[in-house]
Design a binder for this molecule. Structure first.
Ligand SMILES: NC(=O)N[C@@H](CC(=O)O)C(=O)O
Ligand SMILES: [Zn+2]
Ligand SMILES: [Zn+2]
Length: 356
């Protein structure tokens, strides 16, 4: 702890401990290596199931959860909130088992081929209609990677076309189904979500709030800024900032922190995913400070998510202090090098435990 007077006059913020409502923790050695970066500031996270093989059953989710808990630093009380990976073969009975488990909080829909490890995802949404009906009945949320995979559709339009072709009919066919449109990237998605506030919500990543698509090509190709859905134009970034900082309950924090070893990013066919966990809450604070909306960060990071998921808010707090530090160029994790968001550059805020 610095002496009290050192931080006198430094801008500070006390927040209910935030949660991350969209996170990739991976498995094996990488899991143990990346977990502390999230557990240092976040109390809970919705853990994505796109492992190889995917987490498709409650039994697999229970085993993965135990694995995460065993990999946590001893002092941590971080709680993983588990999800199941929806396939066309998911039995309706798995939904009942998920609800009764108490630790599965959502079912993840990947259009087959849309993103990392999505090969086992859904090709025809109608084949999972009985499962969606069970989820609607039990109040278990559907979490969407909202992009179509139709090769005729331009990659920058895949989210908008998903809203039109898939999301709109699903909302109409299942009027009681709770849905999260994950990692939204466009003004159109933000507007769409705003129009259905009771049962449709969206997570917003920090990289989509910080960057537009120019970041992919700044002075050369920048694989560490490649994620899916891909970064969009500046007008979309601005619309996302407006949504996140509005305080509206249907928008909440989901980093989509998605670590891939450097060699798999810096490749002729590089993986999609940005590793943001090492500075996630600090970078969100930068976005909210730049928008003059630090007073809305707590709603976005700590209140709106639990409210949507029907969970209590956390009872402890974190402190964010405007004290810059430099993110390393790369991190040595599980024998691999990983390049985090903001690598080699300054991060304006520091996250500290709350003294009280
Ligand atoms: N966002 C990404 O670009 N990648 C994610 C998958 C996903 O969330 O779509 C990953 O698992 O690597
Ligand atoms: Zn996704
Ligand atoms: Zn993701």
């Amino acid at each position: 702890m610095p002496p009290a007077d050192e931080s006198a006059g430094t801008e500070q913020l006390r927040l209910i401990r935030p949660d991350d409502w969209h996170l990739h923790l991976r498995d094996n050695e990488l899991l143990a290596a990346v977990l502390p970066a999230t557990a240092r500031c976040f109390a809970r996270a919705i853990v994505m199931p796109n492992l190889k093989p995917p987490v498709t059953t409650v039994a697999a989710a229970a085993a993965y959860r135990e694995w995460i808990l065993a990999a946590l630093p001893a002092s941590s009380d971080f709680q993983p909130l588990m999800t199941l990976y929806l396939t066309e073969a998911t039995p309706v009975g798995e939904i009942e088992a998920a609800v009764h488990s108490g630790f599965v909080h959502g079912i993840k829909y990947y259009p087959a081929g849309a993103t990392t490890n999505s090969e086992n995802g859904v090709r025809d949404i109608r084949r999972v209609y009985p499962v969606l009906a069970a989820m609607e009945k039990h109040g278990l949320p559907l979490l969407l990677h909202g992009e179509v995979t139709d090769p005729e559709v331009d990659i920058f339009d895949r989210e908008a076309v998903f809203i039109e072709r898939i999301l709109t009919p699903v909302l109409a066919d299942f009027p009681g189904l709770k849905v999260v449109l994950e990692h939204i990237t466009t003004a159109e998605a933000a507007d769409f979500v705003r129009g259905h506030s009771q049962r449709l919500a969206a997570t917003i990543t920090v990289h989509h709030l910080l960057h537009n698509r120019n970041a992919l090509f700044q002075g050369g190709i920048r694989p560490h800024h490649y994620c899916l859905p891909v970064l969009k134009r500046e007008r979309h970034r601005q619309a996302l900032v407006a949504a996140a900082t509005s305080g509206a309950p249907e928008f909440f924090l989901g980093t989509d922190s998605a670590p891939h070893p450097r060699g798999q990013k810096e490749s002729a066919c590089g993986c999609a995913g940005i590793y943001s966990a090492p500075a996630a809450i600090e970078l969100y604070a930068e976005v909210f400070a730049a928008a003059n909306a630090l007073d809305r960060l707590e709603a976005f990071a700590s209140r709106n998510g639990p409210r949507f998921y029907g969970l209590p808010e956390n009872t402890d707090h974190i402190r964010l202090v405007r004290r810059p530090w430099t993110m390393p160029e790369s991190l040595n994790l599980a024998g691999d090098r990983l390049v985090p968001l903001r690598a080699g550059e300054s991060v304006a805020w520091s996250c500290l435990p709350d003294p009280d």
